[in-house]
Design a protein around this ligand. Structure first.
Ligand code: AHR
Length: 490
């Protein structure tokens, strides 16, 4: 099969905000305890952080990590995770039915973030708490004043403020599963008042209001409109969350799901602009796709976890090759919407629906690690508009799924094309247009005959990318993830 891919170097979508390649660490399962933090491990550093995990997070080049939840944050008292560790309370976490020891809190996490070379996207609790505790947390983290919460931080050993710039106003407040879930009007009001107090405390911060928990929420649309009408002037972004899964074992349909991500983004952007118009505002609301990934493999096994366990193996999806292809298509979709999506977080980072997995003896990498690393490392600079001309197919839930999906990033010296061939049987031969004056210098691809193949601690390199020999033709193997680097000749 043939496909034509065209770019025009001067036709860009937008600068790519580096925060498009963010991730997420929640107090959930083994993400924190046994993931980033394991003081009794031989891999631990002086603060108990796993050095092998830190190294891999740095390799992923993750610019921002959302913390501490997720559903967890809606029942969390941030003060529990500060001060001397021996005084910290052990508490029930109603979101995940587990026990939280509070041995890691913002004091430790901000240090972990520094060591990982990343920044924090901090969420406040709008489930069981409200504006007062949120503004106190902003003071604790960001202020240099001689006042109670800033002094509390100093007393805990941190003279300098942490300087956290990006904050989430709660988490998935539209979801009945959320502790303290709200109606659109209830959330809009509390988000507005919380935003006001947080920004009055530190006017340099940016705020993300909760949008819908997924595209098919019954309140989708109405939620965004209500929240934005109320909060337009005091928030900077609205969130989108969505998880994907091959629940019906229908690979062709699964590979097309990024089309739903694209629709979701475009619909939310349209609602933002409709409210902008209503208000006659000059300001454009950005989108923060701060939870996205594949999540379905572990759903059944998680039902067996005994209640009130400590750091159980929870949400430990083992990703196969087709999941990595889907993650590739989702990354391409995010890049192609870089004009509106400024922040996106692969949920999550370690052990919990994650690219990095730990065992006592070391780490291993899931299949999804590789497309995420490729996009995060090479997807910087300017997103170029990519036109594709190729055959398409229909699946059980979608019409017109193009066999080829692709995005392109121009970092000044090199244009990197990310591409997935969705065809299960046929190679795609690429006809390129607009690449004159450039030389193809590398073609890395992830290919595997078995779509269900997985990596594991015992077989860590079952599915990995490899360099392809360059020839006269550019050929994308059936069901493959591809990274093509075109160097500009001066
Ligand atoms: O990432 C796992 C969970 O998914 C988060 O806690 C929640 O926000 C979402 O439902």
């Amino acid at each position: 099969m043939k496909a034509k891919i065209s770019i025009n170097i001067s036709d860009s979508i937008s600068r790519i905000d580096k925060r498009l390649f963010g991730s997420f660490i929640e107090h959930l399962g083994r993400a924190v305890y046994g993931g980033i933090y394991q003081p009794d491990s031989e891999k631990a550093d002086d603060m108990g952080f796993r050095k092998d995990v830190l190294e891999l997070v740095r390799e992923l080049n993750v610019p921002i990590v959302r913390y501490p939840g997720g559903n967890f944050v809606s029942g969390y008292n941030w003060e529990d995770g500060t001060g001397p560790k021996e005084n910290r309370p052990q508490k029930l976490d109603l979101a995940w039915g587990t026990v939280e020891t509070n041995q890691v809190g913002i004091d430790e996490f901000q240090e972990w973030a520094k060591r990982a070379g990343t920044e924090i996207m901090m969420a406040v609790n709008l489930g069981t708490r409200g504006p007062d505790q949120a503004r106190q947390l902003v003071e604790y983290c960001n202020l240099d004043t001689d006042t109670y919460y800033a002094n509390m931080r100093r007393k805990n050993g941190f003279e300098k403020p942490f300087g956290i710039k990006l904050w989430c106003l709660g988490n998935e407040m539209d979801g009945p599963w959320q502790i303290g879930a709200k109606t659109p009007v209830e959330y809009a009001r509390i988000a507005h008042e919380t935003a006001k107090l947080m920004k009055w405390t530190d006017d340099s911060i940016e705020l993300v209001a909760c949008g819908s928990s997924h595209l098919f929420m019954p309140t989708f649309g109405e939620w965004e409109r209500t929240v934005l009408r109320e909060c337009y002037d005091c928030v900077d972004y609205i969130s989108l969350h969505n998880y994907y899964g091959n629940r019906n074992d229908d690979t062709e349909d699964y590979l097309g799901q990024s089309i739903n991500m694209d629709r979701f983004i475009k619909t939310v952007a349209a609602i933002c602009d409709e409210v902008k118009e209503e208000k006659g505002s000059e300001k454009t609301i950005g989108l923060s796709f701060d939870e996205w990934n594949v999540w379905f493999h572990s759903n059944e096994q998680d039902k067996q976890i005994p209640r009130w366990s400590y750091a159980p193996r929870q949400l430990e999806d083992i990703y196969n090759f087709e999941d990595a292809l889907v993650v590739g298509t989702l990354l391409i979709t995010l890049m192609n919407n870089a004009d509106r999506v400024k922040i996106a977080c692969l949920a999550q980072l370690v052990n919990v629906i994650a690219p990095i997995m730990t065992e006592d003896e070391g780490c291993w990498l899931q299949t999804i690690f590789y497309p995420f690393r490729d996009a995060s490392v090479f997807g910087r600079g300017t997103a170029l508009r990519v036109s594709i001309d190729c055959p398409s197919y229909s699946s059980s839930s979608l019409d017109e799924i193009p066999y080829l999906t692709a995005s392109a990033a121009d970092d000044g010296d090199t244009v990197t094309v990310f591409a997935v061939n969705r065809s299960l049987e046929e190679e795609l031969e690429l006809d390129t247009e607009g690449f004159e004056g450039m030389e193809l210098v590398s073609h890395r691809s992830m290919e595997c005959d078995d779509l269900k193949a997985v990596n594991s601690m015992d077989d860590p390199d079952r599915v990995t990318p490899s360099e392809k020999a360059l020839g006269d033709r550019i050929v994308l193997a059936p069901h493959s993830w591809n990274v093509l680097r075109f160097k500009k000749l001066s």
